[in-house]
Design a protein around this ligand. Structure first.
Ligand code: KDG
Length: 319
Protein backbone atom coordinates (compact mmCIF):
# COMPACT_ATOMS: atom_id res chain seq x y z
CA UNK A 1 0.00 0.00 0.00
CA UNK A 2 0.96 3.56 -0.69
CA UNK A 3 1.52 5.81 2.35
CA UNK A 4 -0.68 8.73 1.34
CA UNK A 5 -3.31 9.40 -1.31
CA UNK A 6 -4.01 13.09 -1.93
CA UNK A 7 -7.11 14.10 -3.89
CA UNK A 8 -7.77 17.58 -5.25
CA UNK A 9 -7.35 20.06 -8.09
CA UNK A 10 -3.96 21.29 -9.21
CA UNK A 11 -3.44 24.20 -11.55
CA UNK A 12 -0.76 25.72 -13.65
CA UNK A 13 0.26 28.81 -11.69
CA UNK A 14 1.54 32.04 -13.17
CA UNK A 15 4.06 33.66 -10.86
CA UNK A 16 4.79 37.32 -11.55
CA UNK A 17 8.17 38.57 -12.62
CA UNK A 18 8.03 41.42 -10.08
CA UNK A 19 6.24 42.58 -6.94
CA UNK A 20 3.17 44.77 -7.10
CA UNK A 21 -0.48 44.70 -8.03
CA UNK A 22 -1.57 42.18 -10.66
CA UNK A 23 -2.73 45.16 -12.70
CA UNK A 24 0.89 46.29 -13.03
CA UNK A 25 2.72 42.99 -13.60
CA UNK A 26 3.90 42.70 -17.23
CA UNK A 27 5.15 39.08 -17.30
CA UNK A 28 4.72 35.81 -15.47
CA UNK A 29 6.52 32.50 -15.39
CA UNK A 30 4.89 29.12 -15.29
CA UNK A 31 4.83 27.03 -12.14
CA UNK A 32 2.44 24.54 -10.59
CA UNK A 33 0.10 24.82 -7.62
CA UNK A 34 -2.52 22.79 -5.86
CA UNK A 35 -2.73 22.24 -2.14
CA UNK A 36 -3.15 18.47 -2.27
CA UNK A 37 -0.48 17.80 -4.91
CA UNK A 38 1.85 20.07 -2.91
CA UNK A 39 1.38 17.74 0.05
CA UNK A 40 1.93 14.69 -2.18
CA UNK A 41 5.10 16.16 -3.75
CA UNK A 42 6.56 17.15 -0.37
CA UNK A 43 5.83 13.73 1.13
CA UNK A 44 7.36 11.99 -1.89
CA UNK A 45 10.47 14.17 -1.65
CA UNK A 46 10.62 13.34 2.07
CA UNK A 47 10.81 9.63 1.27
CA UNK A 48 7.18 8.49 1.48
CA UNK A 49 5.09 6.90 -1.24
CA UNK A 50 2.35 9.25 -2.40
CA UNK A 51 -0.40 9.13 -5.01
CA UNK A 52 -2.24 12.12 -6.42
CA UNK A 53 -5.83 11.56 -7.63
CA UNK A 54 -7.38 14.26 -9.78
CA UNK A 55 -8.52 15.27 -13.26
CA UNK A 56 -6.84 17.58 -15.74
CA UNK A 57 -7.75 18.64 -19.26
CA UNK A 58 -6.44 16.86 -22.35
CA UNK A 59 -4.31 19.95 -22.97
CA UNK A 60 -0.73 21.13 -22.63
CA UNK A 61 -1.26 22.50 -19.13
CA UNK A 62 -2.59 19.10 -18.07
CA UNK A 63 0.47 17.41 -19.62
CA UNK A 64 2.75 19.77 -17.73
CA UNK A 65 1.01 19.28 -14.37
CA UNK A 66 1.06 15.52 -14.61
CA UNK A 67 4.72 15.48 -15.70
CA UNK A 68 5.84 17.92 -13.00
CA UNK A 69 4.04 16.09 -10.20
CA UNK A 70 5.33 12.71 -11.46
CA UNK A 71 8.85 14.19 -11.53
CA UNK A 72 8.58 14.82 -7.77
CA UNK A 73 8.11 11.06 -7.35
CA UNK A 74 4.33 11.02 -6.97
CA UNK A 75 2.22 8.22 -8.50
CA UNK A 76 -0.05 9.90 -11.07
CA UNK A 77 -1.51 6.69 -12.53
CA UNK A 78 -5.03 7.49 -11.30
CA UNK A 79 -5.16 11.02 -12.77
CA UNK A 80 -7.97 11.31 -15.33
CA UNK A 81 -7.84 13.39 -18.54
CA UNK A 82 -11.01 15.24 -19.53
CA UNK A 83 -11.31 15.82 -23.28
CA UNK A 84 -14.01 18.47 -22.85
CA UNK A 85 -12.92 20.64 -19.94
CA UNK A 86 -9.68 22.62 -19.50
CA UNK A 87 -7.02 22.40 -16.84
CA UNK A 88 -7.48 25.15 -14.24
CA UNK A 89 -4.93 27.95 -14.06
CA UNK A 90 -4.33 30.80 -11.66
CA UNK A 91 -2.37 34.00 -11.19
CA UNK A 92 -1.15 35.56 -7.98
CA UNK A 93 1.00 38.45 -6.88
CA UNK A 94 4.51 37.82 -5.67
CA UNK A 95 4.43 39.98 -2.54
CA UNK A 96 2.35 39.56 0.60
CA UNK A 97 -0.16 42.40 0.50
CA UNK A 98 -3.79 43.11 1.23
CA UNK A 99 -6.09 42.65 -1.72
CA UNK A 100 -9.67 43.17 -2.74
CA UNK A 101 -9.86 39.72 -4.37
CA UNK A 102 -8.91 37.57 -1.42
CA UNK A 103 -10.14 39.36 1.67
CA UNK A 104 -7.50 38.11 4.12
CA UNK A 105 -5.12 41.00 4.85
CA UNK A 106 -1.45 40.41 4.17
CA UNK A 107 -2.11 37.66 1.67
CA UNK A 108 -1.22 37.62 -1.99
CA UNK A 109 -3.75 38.75 -4.61
CA UNK A 110 -5.14 35.59 -6.25
CA UNK A 111 -7.20 35.24 -9.43
CA UNK A 112 -8.46 31.80 -10.40
CA UNK A 113 -9.54 30.57 -13.85
CA UNK A 114 -10.91 27.21 -12.74
CA UNK A 115 -14.69 27.38 -13.03
CA UNK A 116 -15.77 24.49 -15.25
CA UNK A 117 -12.29 22.96 -15.10
CA UNK A 118 -11.63 19.26 -15.55
CA UNK A 119 -11.13 18.83 -11.80
CA UNK A 120 -14.36 20.66 -10.96
CA UNK A 121 -16.17 17.71 -12.61
CA UNK A 122 -14.80 15.30 -9.97
CA UNK A 123 -17.78 13.44 -8.52
CA UNK A 124 -18.68 10.32 -6.56
CA UNK A 125 -19.28 8.55 -9.89
CA UNK A 126 -15.81 9.38 -11.23
CA UNK A 127 -13.71 8.50 -8.19
CA UNK A 128 -13.18 4.85 -7.43
CA UNK A 129 -12.98 3.98 -3.78
CA UNK A 130 -10.11 1.53 -4.44
CA UNK A 131 -8.02 4.42 -5.79
CA UNK A 132 -8.54 6.69 -2.78
CA UNK A 133 -8.66 4.06 -0.05
CA UNK A 134 -5.43 2.47 -1.22
CA UNK A 135 -3.19 4.34 1.22
CA UNK A 136 -2.61 4.49 4.96
CA UNK A 137 -3.80 8.11 4.79
CA UNK A 138 -6.27 9.91 2.50
CA UNK A 139 -5.51 13.65 2.47
CA UNK A 140 -8.21 16.12 1.39
CA UNK A 141 -8.74 19.87 1.65
CA UNK A 142 -11.64 22.29 1.86
CA UNK A 143 -10.74 23.76 -1.53
CA UNK A 144 -12.46 20.75 -3.15
CA UNK A 145 -15.68 21.53 -1.23
CA UNK A 146 -15.93 24.87 -3.04
CA UNK A 147 -15.20 23.77 -6.62
CA UNK A 148 -18.65 22.51 -7.65
CA UNK A 149 -21.73 20.70 -6.35
CA UNK A 150 -20.34 17.36 -7.56
CA UNK A 151 -17.04 18.04 -5.78
CA UNK A 152 -18.93 18.87 -2.58
CA UNK A 153 -20.86 15.57 -2.87
CA UNK A 154 -17.59 13.72 -3.37
CA UNK A 155 -16.19 15.33 -0.22
CA UNK A 156 -19.26 14.27 1.77
CA UNK A 157 -18.92 10.73 0.50
CA UNK A 158 -15.17 10.51 1.22
CA UNK A 159 -15.56 11.82 4.75
CA UNK A 160 -18.42 9.56 5.71
CA UNK A 161 -17.25 7.36 8.59
CA UNK A 162 -17.14 3.79 7.29
CA UNK A 163 -15.31 0.68 8.44
CA UNK A 164 -12.09 -0.05 6.58
CA UNK A 165 -11.36 3.49 5.47
CA UNK A 166 -7.81 4.84 5.91
CA UNK A 167 -6.98 7.71 8.26
CA UNK A 168 -8.74 10.69 6.65
CA UNK A 169 -6.77 13.93 6.89
CA UNK A 170 -8.35 17.30 6.06
CA UNK A 171 -6.82 20.74 5.75
CA UNK A 172 -9.63 23.30 5.98
CA UNK A 173 -7.90 25.62 3.47
CA UNK A 174 -10.65 28.24 3.43
CA UNK A 175 -10.10 30.26 0.24
CA UNK A 176 -12.40 33.31 0.45
CA UNK A 177 -12.12 33.88 -3.33
CA UNK A 178 -13.83 30.52 -3.93
CA UNK A 179 -16.79 30.83 -1.59
CA UNK A 180 -18.71 33.72 -3.20
CA UNK A 181 -21.12 34.08 -0.32
CA UNK A 182 -21.62 30.29 0.05
CA UNK A 183 -21.75 29.08 3.63
CA UNK A 184 -18.29 27.97 4.80
CA UNK A 185 -19.86 25.99 7.69
CA UNK A 186 -19.83 23.16 5.15
CA UNK A 187 -16.10 23.04 5.93
CA UNK A 188 -16.84 22.33 9.59
CA UNK A 189 -19.36 19.67 8.66
CA UNK A 190 -16.78 17.94 6.44
CA UNK A 191 -14.06 18.35 9.09
CA UNK A 192 -16.24 16.51 11.62
CA UNK A 193 -16.13 13.40 9.42
CA UNK A 194 -12.31 13.34 9.37
CA UNK A 195 -9.71 11.85 11.69
CA UNK A 196 -7.04 14.55 11.46
CA UNK A 197 -7.90 18.21 10.82
CA UNK A 198 -5.56 21.13 10.11
CA UNK A 199 -6.98 24.63 10.43
CA UNK A 200 -5.49 28.10 10.75
CA UNK A 201 -6.76 30.24 13.62
CA UNK A 202 -7.20 33.07 11.08
CA UNK A 203 -9.32 30.95 8.74
CA UNK A 204 -11.45 29.56 11.61
CA UNK A 205 -12.12 33.18 12.55
CA UNK A 206 -12.97 34.18 8.96
CA UNK A 207 -15.05 31.11 8.11
CA UNK A 208 -16.72 30.31 11.42
CA UNK A 209 -16.16 33.25 13.75
CA UNK A 210 -14.21 31.07 16.19
CA UNK A 211 -11.57 33.00 18.08
CA UNK A 212 -8.95 30.59 19.38
CA UNK A 213 -7.61 27.04 19.46
CA UNK A 214 -9.80 25.91 22.37
CA UNK A 215 -12.96 27.26 20.73
CA UNK A 216 -12.02 25.45 17.51
CA UNK A 217 -11.48 22.14 19.32
CA UNK A 218 -14.79 22.61 21.14
CA UNK A 219 -16.54 23.08 17.78
CA UNK A 220 -14.76 20.04 16.28
CA UNK A 221 -14.85 17.33 18.98
CA UNK A 222 -15.15 14.35 16.59
CA UNK A 223 -11.75 14.18 14.83
CA UNK A 224 -9.17 12.22 16.85
CA UNK A 225 -6.64 14.98 16.19
CA UNK A 226 -7.14 18.69 15.51
CA UNK A 227 -4.14 20.89 14.70
CA UNK A 228 -4.66 24.64 15.00
CA UNK A 229 -2.04 26.71 13.17
CA UNK A 230 -1.35 30.06 14.76
CA UNK A 231 1.00 31.67 12.24
CA UNK A 232 4.27 32.94 13.67
CA UNK A 233 3.10 31.97 17.18
CA UNK A 234 3.22 28.26 16.35
CA UNK A 235 0.60 25.54 16.43
CA UNK A 236 -1.52 23.77 19.03
CA UNK A 237 -2.58 20.15 18.60
CA UNK A 238 -5.37 18.34 20.42
CA UNK A 239 -5.28 14.55 20.31
CA UNK A 240 -7.01 12.23 22.73
CA UNK A 241 -6.65 14.03 26.05
CA UNK A 242 -3.45 15.81 25.02
CA UNK A 243 -3.09 19.51 24.23
CA UNK A 244 0.37 20.42 22.96
CA UNK A 245 1.59 23.82 21.79
CA UNK A 246 4.84 24.16 19.82
CA UNK A 247 6.14 27.62 18.87
CA UNK A 248 7.24 28.13 15.26
CA UNK A 249 10.88 28.86 14.47
CA UNK A 250 11.35 32.50 13.40
CA UNK A 251 12.08 32.84 9.67
CA UNK A 252 12.23 35.70 7.17
CA UNK A 253 9.09 35.05 5.15
CA UNK A 254 9.42 35.27 1.37
CA UNK A 255 5.89 34.00 0.59
CA UNK A 256 3.21 32.24 2.61
CA UNK A 257 1.99 30.24 -0.35
CA UNK A 258 2.55 26.53 0.13
CA UNK A 259 3.51 26.83 3.82
CA UNK A 260 0.28 25.26 5.07
CA UNK A 261 0.70 22.35 2.67
CA UNK A 262 4.30 21.84 3.79
CA UNK A 263 3.17 21.93 7.44
CA UNK A 264 0.58 19.23 6.71
CA UNK A 265 3.20 17.15 4.88
CA UNK A 266 5.64 17.40 7.80
CA UNK A 267 2.96 16.51 10.35
CA UNK A 268 1.75 13.60 8.20
CA UNK A 269 5.28 12.33 7.63
CA UNK A 270 5.93 12.24 11.37
CA UNK A 271 2.50 10.64 11.91
CA UNK A 272 3.31 7.87 9.42
CA UNK A 273 6.55 7.31 11.33
CA UNK A 274 4.64 6.97 14.62
CA UNK A 275 6.31 9.97 16.28
CA UNK A 276 4.77 11.66 19.35
CA UNK A 277 2.48 14.66 18.99
CA UNK A 278 5.15 17.27 19.88
CA UNK A 279 7.51 15.89 17.21
CA UNK A 280 4.72 15.76 14.65
CA UNK A 281 4.18 19.50 15.23
CA UNK A 282 7.91 20.20 15.04
CA UNK A 283 8.22 18.38 11.70
CA UNK A 284 5.25 20.40 10.47
CA UNK A 285 7.00 23.65 11.45
CA UNK A 286 10.31 22.60 9.89
CA UNK A 287 8.79 21.86 6.50
CA UNK A 288 6.65 25.01 6.69
CA UNK A 289 9.81 27.05 7.41
CA UNK A 290 11.40 25.61 4.26
CA UNK A 291 8.34 26.62 2.20
CA UNK A 292 8.06 30.10 3.78
CA UNK A 293 11.57 30.98 2.70
CA UNK A 294 11.10 30.32 -1.04
CA UNK A 295 8.83 32.25 -3.45
CA UNK A 296 7.04 29.22 -4.98
CA UNK A 297 4.65 26.65 -3.51
CA UNK A 298 7.24 23.93 -3.05
CA UNK A 299 10.52 23.75 -1.20
CA UNK A 300 12.80 20.75 -0.92
CA UNK A 301 12.21 19.27 2.54
CA UNK A 302 15.30 18.77 4.70
CA UNK A 303 16.69 15.23 4.63
CA UNK A 304 15.07 13.02 7.26
CA UNK A 305 18.13 12.76 9.52
CA UNK A 306 18.62 16.53 9.35
CA UNK A 307 14.95 17.18 10.18
CA UNK A 308 15.10 14.71 13.07
CA UNK A 309 18.16 16.53 14.44
CA UNK A 310 16.41 19.91 14.27
CA UNK A 311 13.22 18.49 15.81
CA UNK A 312 15.28 17.12 18.71
CA UNK A 313 16.70 20.54 19.65
CA UNK A 314 15.60 21.45 23.15
CA UNK A 315 12.73 23.78 23.95
CA UNK A 316 14.92 26.90 24.11
CA UNK A 317 15.60 26.55 20.35
CA UNK A 318 11.85 26.41 19.76
CA UNK A 319 10.96 29.87 21.03
O1 KDG B 1 -1.87 26.04 -0.57
C1 KDG B 1 -1.41 26.56 -1.78
C2 KDG B 1 -2.57 26.54 -2.71
O2 KDG B 1 -3.51 27.46 -2.29
C3 KDG B 1 -2.18 26.88 -4.09
O3 KDG B 1 -1.24 25.97 -4.59
C4 KDG B 1 -3.35 26.94 -5.02
O4 KDG B 1 -4.55 24.97 -4.52
C5 KDG B 1 -4.55 26.16 -4.63
C6 KDG B 1 -5.77 26.90 -4.36
O5 KDG B 1 -6.81 26.38 -4.72
O6 KDG B 1 -5.74 27.98 -3.78
Amino acid sequence: TVDVVCLGESMVTFVPSQDGRLADVPAFHRSIGGAESNVACTLARAGHSARWVSRVGADGFGDHLVAAIAAAGVDVGAVQRDPHRPTGIYFRTAGERATTVDAAPGRAEVVYYRKGSAASALSPALVQRRDVWAGRVLHLTGITCALSATCASLMRRLTHREPGRPLVSFDVNHRPALWHGADPWLLAEIARGCDLVFVGEDEAQAAWGLADADAIRAALPEPATVVVKQGAAGATAFSGGERVHVPAPAVDVVAHVGAGDAFAAGFLSATLRGLPLRDRLRHGHLLAAAALTVPGDLAAPPARGHADGLAALDDTAWG
